[in-house]
Design a protein around this ligand. Sequence first.
Ligand code: PNS
Length: 161
Amino acid sequence: MSTRAVYPGSFDPLTNGHLDLIERSLRIFDELIVAVVTNPAKNALFTDAERVEMIREATRGLRRIEVVIFDGLLVDLVARVGARAIIRGLRAVSDFEYEFQMALMNRKLREEIETVFMMPHEAYSYISSRLIKEVASYGGSVTGLVPAGVEKRLAERLPQR
Ligand code: PNS
């Protein structure tokens, strides 16, 4: 029986930390569905379609992965696609409280679904999409922190201050 997991997030935009987690997940699960939440925040930099495109571009060389957009409850998507696990990344202790609450709420909603926490490579432990956008918006280099395609789109999208 093949094992399937869902890796949800805003991915505004995808970072190398996310990519690292995708690759690690594929070592454990047979299939991975990367689920991009629609309209994550009013101030999202990239549209749903752009965020999906960037992930598809960066994961072109990977098999056993699918990228989808979702709306509504995450656990409903997980059940609908026949997965049993949600993958979430933990970079530092500061991530813990929010992740703990979400994992337990998701368990309350659907007890059969487990949240699996994974740590990205330490080289990426300080990266977040929010910081990437901030640095890029001030003209700072994000080379090596995001896939090349994401770096290009950031440069196109953000007016250099
Ligand atoms: O990358 P993010 O912004 O940390 O991802 C958060 C995400 C998308 C996983 C979370 O907001 C989510 O699951 N949204 C879908 C709605 C939902 O199920 N909410 C209840 C979570 S306990």
